[in-house]
Ligand binder design. Structure first.
Ligand code: GAP
Length: 454
């Protein structure tokens, strides 16, 4: 059996909790279903996911610019986008167990009384007729509560991009093909959230809208499927656990002529990690119609004018982090002791290196280790730890996915060399202490491939 199958969602939840990546939200008040708070390592790892996405979208290319739009937008935007009318899921209630299910996902849900059965499968199940349940969170803006103050928390970041199309076109002096990228929180009152970070009501999205001449839409659609697939493998996900699944015609959103999901083999089965959609000219045309502002491209030289088509890679930060954690999780026996290790890509790992004096009570070792730590922390996320047995300290770092540990030992006091221990191979080599900083800089630049079997 493949070792990777040691991973279960329960183990990821437990490690995340134990090591302070992710806590259930509002815990001292009894929690709030499917809401999570990120602890120190979770924040660092999530920031790394976002930074790698921004690098790939903005830093490494010239044709995409950044945006950070508001969460609460003019409510007309959601009329134009089709969300007010159509952003709902079919809901059924069970009068017996009082649970709610998505009518289109009964086959994947568990009956509230007999979890081994599907809702509707037992004679006691008493399901209502499906009715549409709206997924946008409503709120009020301003001091006066009337129908004019109704607003929504955005259910996707994409619309904030479309309504800024004209600003960016003018001020960033771009012509199609060009893109606008945004990371930010989105909110959906999901009927059946669950599976830890996979589906929550508050989550972060990484979305990029790529505006192209209509005739080039198909080409860029293919291009972005490949690019985004490559991004996940570049940061360590195994190709064997990734696939592209084109949507069937009856699955397509109202705005899309073609969509493909990049799916990951989570412990819950193959599930969407990111969607790449050809949105055609739907959004720009609708916002032109609803706002009265023409959203089109006019070529300054030829006078040619057209409404660009949009190719949209839309991923979730939390869901991507969950996939990185799941893919990285490993258990093995080393020297008759079991260890749990997160084999995270070094550029996703929350902590890049640990600095450890072999003997925490040795003043000389501690002094050298602290000096090295002070030097490294200026450039990277590193940790210093001198408490407890060295084996325990290594295992703690393994569990949070720290790729390297620099250990200061007896020999360091003689010749100013340290050992560097590799998280995955457990190989140790000696380095001059003065070269550690450059070594770590180089190591973080190197290509990395997971040692887990593909
Ligand atoms: N603008 C298009 C759009 O929002 P989507 O497929 O609904 O498309 C894009 O969402 C991505 O956002 C998903 O692939 C997923 O990674 C993430 N996402 C969507 N709903 C989510 C939820 N309830 N919890 C966590 N992530 C979610």
């Amino acid at each position: 059996m493949e070792k990777a199958e040691a991973v279960t969602m329960e183990k990821i939840v437990s490690l995340s909790r134990r090591r302070g990546f992710v806590f259930p939200s509002s815990e001292i008040y009894g929690g709030l279903g499917s809401a999570y708070d990120y602890g120190h390592y979770g924040v660092l790892a999530k920031n790394n996911v976002k930074a790698r996405w921004l690098e790939a979208m903005i830093q490494e290319r010239d044709d995409i610019v950044a945006l950070d739009s508001a969460i609460i937008l003019n409510p007309r935007i959601w009329e134009a986008s089709g969300h007010v009318e159509g952003f709902s899921d079919p809901l059924v209630d069970c009068r017996t167990c009082k649970l709610r299910f998505r009518a289109d996902q009964l086959g994947e849900s568990a009956c509230g009384r007999k979890p081994s059965k599907k809702p509707g499968e037992t004679p006691e199940c008493d399901l209502t007729e499906p009715r549409q349940f709206h997924l946008m969170f409503e709120t009020k803006v301003g001091a006066v509560e009337d129908s004019g103050s109704k607003a929504y928390l955005r259910p996707e970041t994409a619309q904030g991009i479309f309504v800024n199309f004209k600003n960016v076109l003018q001020l960033a002096r771009r012509k199609p093909p060009f893109g606008i990228a945004q990371i930010g929180k989105s909110f959906r009152n999901e009927i059946t959230p669950g599976n830890f970070l996979f589906r929550t009501r508050e989550f972060e999205q990484m979305e990029m809208e790529y505006f192209v001449p209509p005739a080039e839409a198909e080409k860029w659609y293919r291009y972005w499927i490949d690019e985004r697939f490559g991004w996940y493998t570049r940061y360590g996900l195994r190709e064997s656990h990734l696939r592209v699944r084109p949507h069937e015609a009856d699955e397509l959103s109202h705005y899309s002529s073609a969509t493909s999901d990049i799916e990951y083999l989570f412990p819950i089965g193959w599930s969407e990690l990111e969607g790449i959609a050809d949105r055609g000219d739907f959004d720009l045309s609708r916002h032109t119609e609803f706002s009265g502002t023409k959203l089109e491209y006019v070529d300054g030289v030829t006078g040619e004018r057209y409404v660009p088509h949009v190719i949209e890679p839309a991923g979730g930060v939390d869901r991507a982090l969950l996939a990185f954690l799941v893919d990285a999780y490993d258990e093995e026996v080393v020297g008759e002791r079991e260890r749990t290790v997160l084999r995270l890509h070094p550029r996703i790992a929350p902590v890049k290196a640990a600095v450890l004096p072999l003997i925490g009570k040795s003043e000389e070792m501690v002094a050298k280790a602290q000096a090295l730590y002070e030097e490294l922390r200026l450039r990277h996320s590193v940790e210093y730890d001198d408490s407890g047995a060295i084996g325990r300290r290594y295992r703690r770092q393994d569990e949070i996915g720290t790729p390297w540990a620099f250990t200061i030992d007896e020999q360091t006091l003689e010749d100013d060399t340290v050992t560097v221990r590799d998280r995955d191979s457990l190989a140790q080599e000696r380095l001059p202490i003065g070269g550690v900083r450059a070594w770590l800089d180089d190591a973080l630049e190197r290509d990395w491939k997971t040692p887990k079997a593909d």
